[in-house]
Structures are given as C-alpha cells and as structure tokens.
Design a protein around this ligand. Structure first.
Ligand code: NAG
Length: 443
C-alpha cells in the first residue's frame, strides 16, 4: 500500500492542476444586441453600462449583422447605429479591446434578429448558389477587417422544428402529449442539400479568414434540429467553436396552451427526449465534436404564459389550459417575455408583499433536483384573471448550468444576452450582472 501512496498522490495533484487550468481557460461568450442601445427607458443598455460585464467575458458577440437578399452581402441590421461615420457602434464596440486587451469581439450573423420582410428564406437561397456565397464571404471578410472584429459567429437561419399542436382539454391532455412524438412534419424538403451547402460555406469562409487568423464559429439556434442541418464531422475542423442555443424548447408563442420549463438541462418524462441541453450536447459529442469546442447557451430571460381557471392551482409543469402569452413587462414591453430584472421584481419581496391582483407577488418554485430550472406562478383568481406562469433562468440555475459545462469538460458558456441580465443591479442590492457573475464563478 505504502508503495502506491506517493504516485497516487502525485496523480491526484496533477489532475487537480489540470482541472484548474481547464477552468481558467473556459470560454464565456457574452452577447450584446446593439439594438438594446436604441431601446427607450430602463431597458436601454449603453456602452458604459456594458463595461462592468467585460471583466467576466472572454468574447463579446456583437449583434446583429444580416443578409441583404438582393446583393447577398453581409450588412448591419441596424445601419444607422452601427455604421454611421463618427458615431459608429461597430467601431466603439471593437474599440473596447483597447481597454480589455484579452477580449475577443465577434460579429454575430443572423440569429432570430435578422428579420426578413419580403424573403423569409434568404439564408437558404444564399446557400443554394455558389455564386451567391461569394459576395457573402467577401463582404463578411471586409466587415470584419474594416471594423476590427476578431471573427464571426454564424447564427444561420435554418427552418425550425414545428411545434406540435397540443389540445389540452381535460382527459385528452396526455393523449395530446403522445402526438408530440408521432407528428412527422417535414421541416425542410431539401435539408440534405442545405446541410452540404452549409458545410461548403463554412469551408470557404475558413479559407478566406485563414490568412488573417480570424475566428469562425457557428450558433445552432433554438429549435433547429442539428441532425438535419449540421454535418458535424465535416464542419467541426473548420470551426473554432459551436454555441448550442439550447433554450426556448417550450415558449408561449410555440406552445400557447401548455406552460412548461423552457430550458431544462435533462429530459423530462412525457416530453420530447430531444428538448433539453443534455441531448443537444450529447448529439455533438457523439458526432465527434471535441468537448472543448462546445459552448452551452444560457438565456437571461423568462418566458411568460397566461393561466386560466382550468390551469389548476399547483403550477406544476406541464400546466394545461394556458392561454397564450402573458402580459408584457414594464421595461422590455414584449408580450410573453420578461428580462431577469423583470422576473426578479415579481418574486416575493418587501415592495410587493401586500399587493394584490396583477401587482401581487408570484409564488417561486426553485429546483432542488438541479435538472430542470425555476418557475414562478400565480393561479387565476375567481374571475379567471391574473393567472401567470414564468419559466426562467436566475443566478442559481445559471450556476448549475455552468457546473454542468465544467463537469462535462465543455468549452464554456454563451450568455444570451447582457441586456436582459440585471445590468443595473436593481434586484440584487446593486450587484450588476448577477447571472453573468454566477456563470463566471461556476465555470
Ligand atoms: C431531428 O431530425 C431527425 C432526423 O434526422 C429526426 O429523427 C428527429 O425526430 C428530429 N427531431 C425533432 C425534435 O424533430
């Protein structure tokens, strides 16, 4: 026994040293939506308010650039703000590297922000023609170079899985869930071609970026089926990272009648087995993506359903007979959506403890299992009003996800986005960016 004691100790010591080194090199990609600069009132996030976040981020992903469908060029989706000479937000954002030399600043392409008015499939049209890919690649290279970005994060718009209609009349509720598994809607007739073409686009972009050493990553958007559109073994060597935006599996827009956990880590009974972080990560790992290239997306917002009298009193998800999106928050003004400070203000606190009706506190239900996330709710009253159900991320659940990332040896976290974290510290006694901090200290 004595004989082995020393080597074992040494092995233990080395392993501890290695895991420390790994923790030190974890990535934390922070998304900053430039349009939040133009918001009115309390949800406006300026560059000086952004700065306290930057000590925690390894990468800043500035969003969002998009495709001009007539030229197939990469352009700002917010031209007035981003490119105006003199006050260019592009230049101000990349200029932050002077003060934070270790920070990499990437330009985010697409995501669900490049909303097409006339041509809803411009991302697919561009893929289909190798002639159309050329202006895209050239303009992408020129934008990155001209404005001093370190590379691109491609949030390509592929068709999303269609939510299955679930009719949740009492009794047929669970039968409704069965339909989720059996529905076989075809997401994209040409998925196989689009997959190959996307691989070609990434290879061509990589070749264009190589001389300058620019970074290139992809973001798999919420509810996009990786197995349909991403040829992982063929892609991965040309990518520096992949961000799995594994959240919004259930939202009031997609699933208006059933309130449910939007962003679980693990599979829940009776739900689609693919709708969780663990499945999405495992899919990329099984297809030979190195763990160190995978970042897990963590949102800083909640999804809000309206509950009806028929939704019952327990709040326990899945909650049947929800009635679509809940009312908009005061700051973000978007139905069915609360930023973290908006959620936080509705949890029980000194200010709301005696309030009633729509202003009264929600009942908070944490997640001792550390597997599914938190929610807060208020049952509908006798008149059937003021019922609300919010599935959300908070500093505790974000820390649990960071611990998951660390324990799997993944690359890091992609935080979406800074403008919905509590950047003023209004909820947690002045501490700014509590979700971001929780992730940083959990990694
Ligand atoms: C994703 O696509 C695969 C086929 O490639 C299919 O088997 C699977 O059911 C799809 N997942 C979802 C959630 O639709």
């Amino acid at each position: 026994m004595k004989f082995f004691a020393l080597p074992l100790l040494l092995v233990g010591f080395l392993a501890a040293g290695q895991s420390n080194a790994a923790a030190g090199s974890s990535h934390l990609l922070c998304y900053y939506d430039g349009s939040s600069f133009a918001r009115e009132g309390l949800s406006k996030l300026t560059l000086s308010e952004l700065e306290p976040a930057l000590q925690f981020c390894t990468h800043l992903v500035y969003g969002y650039a998009g495709i001009n469908p007539s030229s197939n060029k990469l352009v700002s989706t917010n031209e007035k703000l981003d490119l105006d000479l003199g006050s260019s937000l592009f230049r101000s954002v990349t200029g932050l590297k002077k003060k934070y030399p270790a920070l990499k600043v990437l330009l985010g392409v697409g995501f669900d922000k490049d909303v097409a008015e006339e041509d809803s499939s411009k991302y697919l049209t561009l893929l289909e023609s190798s002639n159309a890919r050329i202006p895209f690649i050239n303009s992408a290279h020129s934008l990155v170079k001209t404005y001093g970005f370190d590379g691109l994060d491609l949030g390509w718009q592929f068709p999303k899985n269609k939510p299955k209609k679930v009719h949740s009349g009492i009794g047929s509720f669970w039968k409704g869930f069965k339909k989720i598994f059996t529905g076989d809607h075809i997401v994209d007739e040409k998925a196989e071609e689009h997959k190959e073409e996307f691989t070609a686009l990434v290879r061509e972009l990589r070749n264009a970026f190589r001389p300058d050493g620019y970074l290139l990553g992809v973001s798999v958007l919420p509810n996009v089926n990786s197995s349909l559109f991403y040829d992982v073994p063929a892609l991965i060597n040309n990518l520096d990272f992949v961000n799995l935006h594994a959240y919004d599996f259930q939202t009031p827009v997609r699933n208006p009648e059933v309130a449910d956990y939007p962003n679980p880590i693990y599979e829940l009974n009776e739900r689609n087995p693919e709708f969780n972080i663990n499945y999405q990560v495992q899919y990329w790992l099984n297809n030979h993506a190195p763990a160190a290239k995978i970042n897990v997306g963590i949102p800083t917002f909640g999804r809000v359903w309206k509950l009806t009298k028929d939704s019952g009193l327990t709040g326990l998800p899945p909650v049947a007979d929800a009635d679509n999106v809940g009312p908009a928050g005061l700051q973000t003004q978007t139905a069915g959506f609360y930023s973290w400070p908006e959620v936080c203000a509705k949890l029980p606190n000194q200010a709301n403890q005696h309030l009633k009706g729509a202003d009264g506190p929600l009942r908070k239900v944490g997640d001792p299992t550390k597997r599914f996330g938190s929610y807060a709710y208020r049952s509908a009253d006798d008149k059937g009003e003021n019922g609300l159900w919010v599935g959300y991320e908070d500093p505790d659940t974000a820390a649990i996800k960071a611990a998951f990332v660390k324990s799997r040896g993944l690359g890091g976290v992609a935080l979406v986005d800074l403008s919905f974290d509590d950047f003023r510290g209004s909820c947690t006694g002045g501490e700014k960016y509590p979700i971001l901090r929780a992730i940083k200290f959990g990694l």
